[in-house]
Design a protein around this ligand. Structure first.
Ligand code: PGA
Length: 249
């Protein structure tokens, strides 16, 4: 049975002070079994988040991006090991803003997945097509290519990871994929993982949907087949709105 995962990607919002204010206001009444909740603040706010969520084991933390090297002359970057040492458990890898704003390649995504797993972080690998690619009927080609590149060379029985299907045209736009669109893409990803990683491992990987998820649409998205959770941007910034989303998990 895959756990339901409700993750919040704060992007470049909430410095340390705002992070400290968020946690006391974030008090969802969780269902039984409880969903796994993850919050991914900016790296500079991770330590403040660790402090602020003390006594809240139900909330895991993550970093939004890592470098693939352990250390070195990479000004402005953070390694997986550094993130782990702050208390982070997850690392987002290949978010669409990394791919499309910062030109991150499939090969870099692969190296980051490997670095995260090597250091003991759980990668949350993001894949998703642009509007042009969807209109050209290339959704499956694109997400399978991104998935294959991300998991290429993973050792047998490698530690676990999560996938997030985030259609680029739905991120921060208010447009959401229909539950049927999400189910179709998630089904494609699950089938491909069964081919490349084996059915047993494919069945264990939670696949989250991301793209304009909010309290009013989360229930119908979570009800779609093969949707194991959500990755939430804008609606995770407000403690009450993110709590309402977590309560649907
Ligand atoms: P959004 O972002 O919920 O603001 O669309 C989702 C994401 O980028 O992970």
């Amino acid at each position: 049975m895959r756990p339901t995962v409700i993750a919040g990607n704060w992007k470049m919002h909430h410095g340390p002070a705002a992070t400290r204010e968020f946690f006391p206001e974030f008090s969802p009444e969780l269902s039984d079994p409880e969903p796994t909740i993850g919050i991914l603040p900016p790296a500079i706010s991770l330590l403040a988040a660790v402090e602020a969520r003390k006594g809240r084991p139900e909330v895991a933390l993550g970093i939004q991006n890592i470098h693939w090297e352990h250390k070195g002359a990479y000004t402005g970057e953070h390694s997986a090991g550094m993130a782990l040492s702050t208390g982070a458990r997850y690392a987002l890898v290949g978010h669409s803003e990394r791919r499309h704003v910062f030109d991150e390649t499939d090969d870099e995504v692969r190296q980051k997945v490997s670095a995260a797993l090597g250091e003991g972080l759980i990668p949350v690998v993001c894949v998703g097509e642009t509007l042009e690619e969807r209109q050209a009927g290339r959704v499956d080609d694109v997400i399978v290519r991104q998935l294959d590149a991300a998991v290429e060379g993973l050792p047998e029985g490698a530690p676990r990871f999560l996938l997030a299907y985030e259609p680029v045209w739905a991120i921060g736009t208010g447009e959401t994929a229909t539950p049927a669109d999400a189910a179709a893409a998630h089904g494609t990803l699950r089938k491909r993982m069964a081919e490349t990683l084996g059915a047993e491992r494919a069945a264990e990987v939670p696949i989250l949907y991301g793209g304009s998820v909010k309290p009013s649409n989360v229930a119908e998205i979570l009800a779609a087949s093969d949707v194991d959770g959500v990755l939430v941007g804008g609606a995770s910034l407000d403690a009450k709105s993110f709590a309402a989303i977590a309560e649907a998990g």
